[in-house]
Design a protein around this ligand. Structure first.
Ligand SMILES: [Zn+2]
Ligand SMILES: [Zn+2]
Ligand SMILES: [Zn+2]
Length: 146
């Protein structure tokens, strides 16, 4: 009987589903960020927690696509697709097809890195970088020369 009373008072399954204040605050901030970047996606490539979030409908945990070219994320709810990846050429750049600061190159069609300006991995006339000569290599070589 005593055990039953204890069980009635302590219901871990209910406590677990009730969001804490911190969780509520996080959900609020997340919603505000989604609203902000939906309105203006400039810089969204650097917001790591939105890389898997659909900016069209706000759904989380996008499906990862393993196609060679084109979008590599698809929203499980609305079907929106986008591309997000780190830059192959430098060590700091991120590419996001939703970000106007990493648009596609008018010559090769690959997204341009906002940090180093590289696009196609095999090389492009718009920049000196290709697979064998990355922006990060150029930076290292310049450091050695000096
Ligand atoms: Zn969606
Ligand atoms: Zn880059
Ligand atoms: Zn290009």
């Amino acid at each position: 009987m005593q055990l039953e009373t204890k069980r009635a008072l302590f219901r871990p399954e209910e406590d677990a589903v009730k969001p804490s204040e911190a969780e509520k605050q996080y959900a609020h901030q997340r919603a505000a960020m989604i609203a902000q970047y939906t309105l203006n996606p400039k810089g969204v490539r650097n917001v790591w927690c939105l890389r898997e979030v659909c900016l069209r409908c706000g759904a989380s945990e996008a499906q990862t696509l393993y196609e060679k070219f084109g979008p590599n994320r698809r929203c499980r709810r609305c079907g929106e697709t986008w591309y997000v990846n780190h830059c192959w050429s430098c060590s700091t750049g991120w590419i996001d097809s939703r970000d106007p600061e990493t648009p596609t190159c008018s010559v090769c069609g690959w997204h341009k890195c906002a940090a180093c300006n590289s696009c196609r991995i095999l090389g492009c006339t718009t920049n000196p970088y290709k697979r064998g000569r990355r922006h990060s290599d150029a930076t290292l070589l310049a450091a050695v020369d000096n």
